[in-house]
Design a protein around this ligand. Structure first.
Ligand SMILES: *Cc1c(COP(=O)(O)O)cnc(C)c1O
Length: 350
């Protein structure tokens, strides 16, 4: 840090993303990426659009917003796009949080939330998960501010039902509820339909996980048009060209190829079920996951120990050095072949 860093910058503890090592080829099960390539149709669309890279992208992203709106059964005025959903979470905190409107979220959840709150000078309140690492919506009854629920939650993989989030949104008419659905396509229930019922509900999704586009950076948020107007105010005071034209065409191509996305999600769910069964046979405790990862601990080996032993054997998983979850590791679901390598190495280690 230089001596010129201002107070806010000096106070931030930045998010540490999962490692992306280049030193050797790992079986990479540490950042919840899709093991499948982007849709072939998306790549064709992108190639077609490369010729117009000399021009700025459409700052309102009309065509892609319309396509996403159609996909979500919403109007395009109810959709805002982000350079990854991380950017939308940042915009939402900036738009709705304040010194007297803290970000309220679980003690164990996505690590970007506290960082984005700090970067915006917004206080952050942690609500503990229950013993089984579940979110108890009634624990939020006396909390106010911007309530952020990752559903399914990361890194636990556990999900709330639509009825539970319905109740939560209804119980908080004066608070914005942000539901981060980064992993919703792997078996949880999306609360997109509830955005019609509640004007305080913002649903955020991403193309990074189920749609194999982590490298392209595309996320979207859906909510009441007035909420979206607020998000657009922030977006347009930051970077009206936040979605580049290559990413826009990839997004359009991916939406036009829904069978591909759907098939990949089904394969991931199948591989997850297989992995859970096999891990349990090896003596692991595995939380009930509705995501493209599982969260598991073993009575005989510490979380960090297992992570290091697997890394030595060329398999990367994610360990969080954090209270309550030190014994656990988060394991992304890859191809069946990748999961078999993981299971074989774990067998050796144990
Ligand atoms: C991966 C992830 C995101 C964001 O991903 P983007 O690539 O920025 O769209 C958001 N929330 C959670 C909980 C995630 O795990």
């Amino acid at each position: 840090m230089s001596r010129y860093a201002n107070k806010l910058t000096a106070s931030i503890i930045p998010y540490t993303p999962g490692e992306q090592p280049r030193d050797q080829q790992y079986v990479k099960l540490n950042t919840n990426e899709s093991p499948f390539p982007p849709s072939a149709r998306a790549m064709e669309y992108m190639a077609e659009h490369m010729r117009s890279l000399n021009l700025y992208p459409d700052p309102t992203a009309e065509e892609l917003r319309r396509a996403i709106a159609m996909h979500c059964q919403a109007l395009k005025e109810e959709v805002v796009l982000g350079n990854g959903s991380d950017e939308l979470l940042y915009f939402a905190f900036r738009a709705f949080g304040d010194t007297d409107r803290p970000i309220v979220s679980a003690d164990i959840t996505y690590g970007c939330y506290p960082v984005f709150a700090a970067a915006n000078g917004i206080p952050y309140e942690r609500v503990p998960l229950d013993e089984g690492f579940g979110i108890r919506p009634e624990d939020y009854d006396d909390r106010h501010g911007v309530i952020v629920i990752a559903n399914p939650n990361a890194p636990t993989g556990r999900a709330l039902t639509m009825a539970e989030i319905d109740r939560l949104a209804g119980a908080h008419p004066d608070d914005v509820i942000v539901v981060d659905e980064a992993y919703v396509d792997f078996g949880a229930q999306s609360v997109l339909p509830l955005t019609k019922k509640y004007d305080n509900l913002l649903v955020v999704q991403t193309f990074s996980k189920s749609r194999s586009m982590a490298g392209a950076r595309l996320g979207f948020a859906v909510g009441d048009r007035r909420l979206i107007e607020d998000m657009e105010r922030v977006r347009n005071s930051f970077n009206p060209y936040n979605i580049n034209s290559m990413t826009m065409s990839l997004g359009l191509g991916t939406l036009a190829d829904r069978n591909y996305t759907h098939a990949n999600c089904l394969t991931t769910i199948k591989n997850r079920n297989y992995t859970v069964t096999e891990l349990m046979k090896l003596g692991f405790k595995v939380l009930d996951s509705k995501a493209n990862f599982v969260f598991a601990s073993h009575p005989k080996i510490g979380g960090r120990e297992l992570y290091l032993a697997l890394k030595e054997r060329g398999v990367l998983i994610r360990h969080f050095d954090q209270e309550r979850i030190r014994d656990y590791n988060r394991i992304s679901i890859g191809t069946k072949e990748q999961m078999d390598i993981l299971l074989e190495k774990i067998g050796e280690i144990l």
